[in-house]
Write a protein that binds this ligand. Structure first.
Ligand SMILES: NC(=O)C1=CN([C@@H]2O[C@H](COP(=O)(O)OP(=O)(O)OC[C@H]3O[C@@H](n4cnc5c(N)ncnc54)[C@H](O)[C@@H]3O)[C@@H](O)[C@H]2O)C=CC1
Ligand SMILES: O=C(O)CCC(=O)C(=O)O
Length: 391
């Protein structure tokens, strides 16, 4: 029986992928084998040593101590692209809300008092204060062309906008999916200087913290719109507020409001709503539950942010999996110990990613505790698991 601790509500469709004859699931589970979460902040949590896998039902993993888990040899899985359409739709909504002053106009309309005739007079008199502008005459800058950025860029093109993108680390897959109509910015500064609206779709990491800052906001034409549905911290909120106050920036759409942001008339705040659709919640939960169960039951690795992809079909024997530092002669040391124990390797897969390597070995016969301890004793081994033969 595997024990799964849930730190947030996970869509039942995902939890159904973990059958109850094999999985005990709950929010109060002790000594869990796996953890499933969404935005719960794990940095201050004492993560039990029983944890073998963590599954983030979403994209961003800045709420998880990934480096610490890597040192423990614990994979952290996410659900790449599973909520991208949901975020794209809210970005487009935010862009339209800002460019058509929908937010202020709705507040005005909700505040009108009186009978039908009075309402009609107030509506016609008040609407001049909310004149907006249309998207086709505008240039959108998209920073980060991954699962979400590509969808936003392509959708904005189809709405008639000119689109400029920036992503020095763009993946081959994203490059294939990106419309050829999206122009490439040579630098962030160049993107800011040519865009009327800018939307960020990068992870929050040291390199992206504060990339929307006072100097770059000044490079934008007057009346610009900033959309941040990625993470608080990617935009320097103080600089954005100052630019809104000066009248240079027209609107800020944010999915991570703070007290100061929420009070501001030119800020459109959403309550971290980007991925909150039934479809996205189900997609994310299913994808990550499958990754976690694949790892717990078979040692396979799909969509981990800190482990290499690793898949080897299961034979009927005992399987061992080893995560170790990516240094020379690890496989040599492992196979020597197995040979000395009289164990034959039926199948072996060894993959690496950066500083970490991961090995799956199917054995003819069982492996005893002493041999397992010898393997654990190899310098550089981070974690080792023995998976019983498939029933
Ligand atoms: N508001 C919400 O509910 C949601 C927010 N997000 C946020 O959006 C972010 C992006 O999500 P996805 O597009 O799914 O991730 P992704 O991993 O598919 O794309 C991220 C892109 O950012 C690029 N990138 C990384 N560093 C960069 C840099 N310094 N400059 C420019 N580009 C850089 C990468 O090359 C990659 O193409 C997530 O990390 C998360 O923080 C994601 C889903 C929901
Ligand atoms: O689970 C959520 O609602 C948040 C989604 C998110 O921020 C992400 O996937 O990075």
């Amino acid at each position: 029986m595997y024990k799964i601790l849930t730190l947030n509500n996970i869509s039942p469709l995902g939890l159904q992928r973990l059958p109850r004859d094999k999985y005990e699931i709950g929010s109060e589970i002790s000594q869990p084998d796996g953890v499933l979460l969404r935005s719960f902040k794990m940095h201050d949590m004492d993560i039990p040593t029983s944890v073998k896998a963590i599954g983030r039902a979403g994209a961003g993993v800045n709420n998880i101590p990934v480096d610490e888990m890597t040192k423990r040899g614990v994979p952290v899985f996410n659900a790449p692209g599973a909520n991208a359409n949901a975020v794209k739709e809210l970005v487009l909504a935010g862009l339209l809300m800002a460019s058509r002053n929908i937010h202020g106009a709705m507040k005005f309309a909700a505040g009108i008092q009186g009978d039908d005739a009075a309402v009609s007079v107030a509506v016609e008199a008040g609407k001049k204060n909310f004149v907006g502008s249309e998207l086709p005459s505008k240039t959108l800058g998209v920073i980060g062309l991954g699962a979400i950025g590509v969808r936003v860029a392509n959708a904005a093109l189809s709405l008639g906008m000119k689109v400029v993108g920036y992503d020095p680390l763009i993946s081959v897959q994203s490059a294939w999916q990106l419309s050829s109509g999206v122009e490439k910015a040579v630098s962030l500064d160049s993107l800011f200087s040519q865009c009327d609206a800018i939307t960020v779709h990068v992870p929050l990491i040291d390199a992206t913290r504060g990339i929307v800052n006072a100097d770059r906001l000044k490079m934008m034409p007057k009346g610009g719109i900033i959309v941040n549905l990625a993470r608080g911290g990617i935009c320097d909120d103080k600089a954005v507020l100052a630019s809104l106050d000066s009248g240079h920036t027209a609107a800020y759409v944010i999915d991570f409001p703070t007290e100061a942001l929420m009070k501001h008339a030119k800020v459109i705040s959403f309550p971290h709503l980007g991925a909150s659709t039934n479809e996205a919640e189900e997609n994310c939960a299913v994808m990550v539950a499958d990754s976690v169960s694949g790892f717990l039951q078979d040692g396979t690795v799909t969509n981990a942010v800190n482990f290499p992809e690793a898949f080897m079909p299961r034979n009927s024997g005992t399987r061992i999996t080893i995560a170790n530092a990516n240094v020379p002669n690890m496989v040599g040391q492992i196979s020597t110990i197995l040979a000395n124990a009289g164990l034959n390797i039926a199948d072996l897969l060894n993959k690496s990613r950066g500083d970490i390597a991961y090995t799956i070995i199917d054995l003819d016969g069982d492996i005893d505790d002493q041999t397992l301890e010898s393997l654990r004793g190899i310098k550089g081994v981070l974690s080792l698991r023995k998976l019983p033969p498939v029933a």
